[in-house]
Design a protein. Structure first.
Length: 264
């Protein structure tokens, strides 16, 4: 282990950590494949088909969209958020605290920053895998406009880095695995409900709209929706910039809190 701290101490050896997680993933690939395959089908059946019959169409950015067309991209964004956040909270915590995998890796030439980077990149990779599977599902129902929908794949990696870094920050500060209920309740659930997922953010009061656009999922939902609908506008740059800044801020913070937990 070197004595330097922060992003400067990251080397390409972080790929070894990523590769270790890939090998474990491959052993249970069938379970990991069917969850993102069947979950969107359940959501589309419950919300897209069931609620569509009651709601009809939704007004979004001046257009009238069938509810199933409106909600399908949001389900993609939620999948991206869940896969990276939960991988870098519960799964990373288990590897760190119960399995002592991090301790074993720190006995190798890997730096702590390599380990944490590998974990976050793996969380983002899981988001890409899940998003690709779900994109295949919604494409079967004609809910994705190509070639624009292919942009969701690189977007899922960026979104995965954002929520993976946020998840790793939580892993660095929660005292026990049971305490993850707190960031889920305070961070994930509000975004799930008010991030423009199940209804347009424009339906919220003015102050709540501003609060909604301070949440990363809102921007991820807007981007997924635009790519699925094939409606590219210049304003999407601000949502991409938001996610990039979110990663730039949260990634170094994750390195700091994890070093403080594991070494200092």
């Amino acid at each position: 282990m070197t004595g330097t701290v922060g992003a400067a101490n990251i080397s390409w050896r972080f790929i070894r950590v990523w590769n270790r997680n890939v090998l474990v993933y491959r052993k249970i690939w069938l379970v990991n494949f069917f969850v993102p395959l069947l979950e969107p089908l359940l959501y589309l059946a419950a919300f897209g088909v069931g609620l569509s019959a009651l709601i009809g169409k939704v007004s979004y950015n001046g257009d009238e969209l069938p509810y199933i067309v409106f909600i399908a991209p949001a389900l993609l964004a939620i999948t991206i958020m869940y896969n990276s956040f939960f991988e870098n909270t519960f799964a990373s915590f288990v590897r760190m605290y119960y399995q002592k995998t991090f301790d074993a890796m720190m006995a190798t030439p890997l730096s702590l920053e390599d380990i944490i980077t590998g974990e976050i990149v793996w969380g983002a990779t899981k988001s890409v895998i899940a998003a690709a599977i779900m994109l295949m599902v919604i494409s079967f129902f004609g809910l994705a406009h190509y070639p624009h929908a292919l942009l969701i794949l690189p977007l899922s990696f960026l979104g995965g880095l954002a929520f993976g870094a946020a998840g790793m920050v939580c892993t660095g500060i929660v005292p026990s695995i049971d305490m993850f209920n707190l960031p889920i309740f305070l961070f994930i659930t509000p975004m799930f409900l008010f991030g423009g997922t199940f209804f347009p953010s424009s339906a919220l009061p003015g102050w709540a709209q501003k609060l909604s656009y301070g949440l990363p999922l809102t921007h991820l939902v807007d981007l997924c929706r635009a790519f699925c609908l094939g409606r590219m506008t210049a304003t999407l740059i601000w949502s991409i910039l938001y996610l990039v800044i979110f990663v730039v801020l949260l990634f170094p913070l994750a390195l700091v809190v994890m070093r403080r937990r594991l070494i200092n």
